[in-house]
Write a new protein. Structure first.
Length: 155
C-alpha cells in the first residue's frame, strides 16, 4: 500500500518550484501527518508501544524503581503525546473538511435541498440553535403523520 500518492509528491514539487515556502512547509506537514497517522495508528505501532512499556517495566528492578527510571517513561510519553496532538488534529481537520465538502456537494446536487445548509459550520450558535429547532419540529411533525397512518392495533 502506497501511503504518499503521486499527486501529493507532484504538488510538493510544484510548490518548491514556485518558491512558496509556507506552502512547501504546509504540504510537507500534511503529507508527514497523514503518513504518521497511518503508521502510528496501526496494530504494529500499538504492539511496539506495548513492547517498550514491557521492557521499561522489566528494567525496574535493575534500576531499583528509581526516580530516574520513572522519569524516563514519563518524559517519553509526554513528548510523544504532545507531538501526537498536532498530528491527530491536522488529520482530523482535513478529514472533517473533506467530509464537509462532500456533504456540501450532495446538498448542491439534490433538487429541493436547502442550499442554506452549505457552510453550516460557519453559522452563529444562535442560527444553529434555530435550525436545530426547525429540524426538531419537522421530525415531530413526521412522527405525528406516521402515527396517524398506522392501522389501529387489535386488542
Amino acid at each position: 500500500m502506497r501511503i504518499v500518492s503521486e499527486t501529493q509528491i507532484a504538488e510538493l514539487k510544484k510548490h518548491e518550484r514556485e518558491g512558496d515556502l509556507f506552502c512547501v512547509i504546509s504540504d510537507a506537514f500534511r503529507v508527514f501527518a497523514r503518513t504518521s497517522s497511518n503508521v502510528l495508528g496501526s496494530a504494529w505501532a500499538f504492539a511496539g508501544a506495548i513492547f517498550i512499556i514491557v521492557v521499561w517495566a522489566l528494567t525496574g528492578p535493575t534500576f531499583h524503581f528509581s526516580d530516574t527510571w520513572q522519569l524516563i517513561i514519563n518524559t517519553g510519553t509526554t513528548i510523544v503525546t504532545f507531538l501526537m496532538v498536532f498530528l491527530i488534529q491536522n488529520t482530523q481537520n482535513r478529514d472533517a473538511k473533506a467530509t464537509q465538502l462532500k456533504l456540501d456537494e450532495i446538498i448542491r446536487a439534490l433538487k429541493g435541498a436547502r442550499n442554506q445548509l452549505v457552510d453550516l459550520e460557519n453559522m452563529s450558535d444562535e442560527d444553529m440553535k434555530k435550525l436545530g429547532e426547525q429540524f426538531k419540529r419537522l421530525r415531530e411533525k413526521a412522527e405525528r403523520r406516521a402515527i396517524s397512518r398506522e392501522p389501529a392495533q387489535a386488542e
